[in-house]
Design a protein around this ligand. Sequence first.
Ligand code: UD1
Ligand code: UDP
Length: 364
Amino acid sequence: MKITIVAGARPNFIKIAPIIHEIEKQQKNKVVISYRLVHTGQHYNKNLSDTFFEELNIPAPHNNLGVKSGTQAEQTAAIMISFEKELLQHPTDLVLVVGDVNSTMACTIVAKKAHTPVAHVEAGIRSGDMKMPEEINRIVTDSITDYFFTTSPHASDHLKRIGKPSEHVLFVGNVMIDTLLNNLPRINKPVFWDELNLVKGKYFTLTLHRPSNVDELGTFSRLLKHVVNKANGLPIIFPVHPRTQKILKEAKLTFENLHFVNPQGYLSFIYLVKYAKAVLTDSGGITEEAAVLNVPCITFRDSTERPETIELGTNILVGDDISKIDNAFNVLDSGNWKRAKSIPKWDGKTAERIIENILTLYGN
Ligand code: UD1
Ligand code: UDP
């Protein structure tokens, strides 16, 4: 069977790596399965794209649609137009999409209109926040997807509740954690570690890229200033996403303990997470990695589509509420942060389960 795998943005690359490696493993075992990798080009800076292909040993895409940036509609439309051509030239048995970015939704719509079945990896998660573009992507994608691979019983329950056939809702675990566990032995110090005199457990790792936190100067500056205040002089390492770079230029914020650095490669970023006193973030994927690494995680959002990172992991939600942020830092300083428990099926074997299920669904 032939699978077209779609990836467009940083977290997508991290999710497809173990799936591709599992297909390659099956090919070596003489199983008849092939794949075609389509990069939509939604992310294109080296440090958001190529670096991950190199570090995670992902083969070069068969096609890069090169869509780049735009408004929500421009980007979605550009991906749809290019992916339709790709599918016409290279028909396939299954389109596999991951996550919740514009590339995920755009390619799902195109595939279904071309009568090609779709498998969605990380299906069924919901934040309930319709102001997030990702929530719309998730809802639209899942409304027409055929096979749902989920990271949690919450996600599976949601899909079954909205009427998806239970034989197509498959709780397999988390591919992002496959990548984490596969690569932990390879993580390395970022280049600036020694220069900044970083010490394990004595610095914070910060990421912010959600439009609700970084698109408006007032919100962004207020949040950043407060966090810097609460860090008690400990260094804060802030790998800056290109969306955030724009506002940073306007904000002109400088603090002695706040270090802006480029987006990091996977191996040095995970190093920064693993040894941080806490991770301060609005990312989705990073809350999952912090949970598995048992690193305290403070999330600047009011909702999450990943409740297991709170129930079993190390994550708490503070939004941009100053009193909640203060309280979180107090708990951190008291040394009483909750400890992570193991999360079912986040065990490094998710890609194996996905490919096994696909082969079964396709009669192999
Ligand atoms: C996208 C996803 C988000 C995901 C994030 C991961 C959507 C709606 N959003 O957000 O869910 O969490 O990726 O990082 O799909 N830019 C560059 N170079 C790049 C990519 C982006 O300069 O390689 C700049 C452009 O100015 C662009 C802006 O960043 O307009 C935002 O990029 P975009 O892909 O639209 O959304 P993200 O904020 O990256
Ligand atoms: N990440 C990285 N370098 C960075 C920031 C993040 O390698 O500088 C990784 C991180 O470990 C996680 C993924 O990128 O695997 C999360 O991506 P992001 O926060 O951009 O997207 P989200 O998960 O919020 O959609």
